[in-house]
Ligand binder design. Sequence first.
Ligand SMILES: NC(=O)c1ccc[n+]([C@@H]2O[C@H](COP(=O)([O-])OP(=O)(O)OC[C@H]3O[C@@H](n4cnc5c(N)ncnc54)[C@H](O)[C@@H]3O)[C@@H](O)[C@H]2O)c1
Length: 295
Amino acid sequence: MTEGAVRWVAWVPGMAAPRLLYVCGLSGDIQAVQVDRVRRAVKGAGREREGASMRLEGKTVLVTAAGQGIGRAIALAAAAEGARTIATDIAPEKLADMGGGIETHPLDVTDGAAVTAFAGRLGRVDALCNIAGFVHHGTILEATEAELDSAFDLNVKSMFRTIRAFLPGMMAAGRGSIVNMASVASNLKGVPFRAVYSTTKAAVIGMTRAVAADAISTGVRCNAIAPGTVQSPSLDERIATFDDPVQARRDFIARQPLGRLGTAEEIAALAVHLAADESAYTTGAVFIADGGITL
Ligand SMILES: NC(=O)c1ccc[n+]([C@@H]2O[C@H](COP(=O)([O-])OP(=O)(O)OC[C@H]3O[C@@H](n4cnc5c(N)ncnc54)[C@H](O)[C@@H]3O)[C@@H](O)[C@H]2O)c1
């Protein structure tokens, strides 16, 4: 099993309500979780993998920006957990080799009409994972207003569009989970050369909590994930732009107290948890997975 994944390790019988214990691979914490369909989840005692694969069974999960990096890892993890998974990206060629029974569709989340039309064709989803985002490098003095507008369009307004398109269906069904990709570079931590990016990711967290509050009585949940630096193709591209890419990578790693970059799979494990019913009591939360940056 992937390092950092949530692992089912035991079923505790004899309680008023059945509970599963799991070890969170990120924190090492052992937590007890009540699961609605626990019998199905533990079907086939001793077959841990099958038990784990039931966590998103019967659910439809939509992922934006699933062509690479964290979005791709989330789509693969959702499919591995039994979800009907729809992977979208502005660059369809990046989706060509998704495999795993994953449905793929081109979708530019900065195109409001395309998002609305796509939602109309797809219908209701159980989980919406808003992953699209772009890192602008620079201080506020180095950024232009056009760059701020562009970053808001992709990092914030994209989620505004998709949530408005899919939330009504979730509310009508009385259930649903929205997972928004934020960052610790936001209101959570002042990070040098991330003025525009941090502004947009703070807005993502604000939107997440506002949507959670507005939807609280409808059965729909909305949470955010705030990663530290995670290995991804776009990180490699950013590092390649430095005069000394080797030193730049060392510097990225050095700012992570855990001494390494995160993996997309570790972030995907959180997204699966938030999409699944096991997190049914969690809404408006911001899950930080940052290698200790905000300690
Ligand atoms: N990688 C990190 O260190 C890190 C850290 C914190 C947060 N994040 C956030 O995680 C998310 C994913 O980052 P990543 O680095 O894993 O991925 P990435 O930047 O490597 O890939 C981004 C994907 O988004 C797609 N995309 C770009 N514009 C799009 C659009 N208009 N519509 C649809 N798709 C579009 C690209 O084709 C690409 O497949 C982003 O929101 C990012 O801000 C990343």
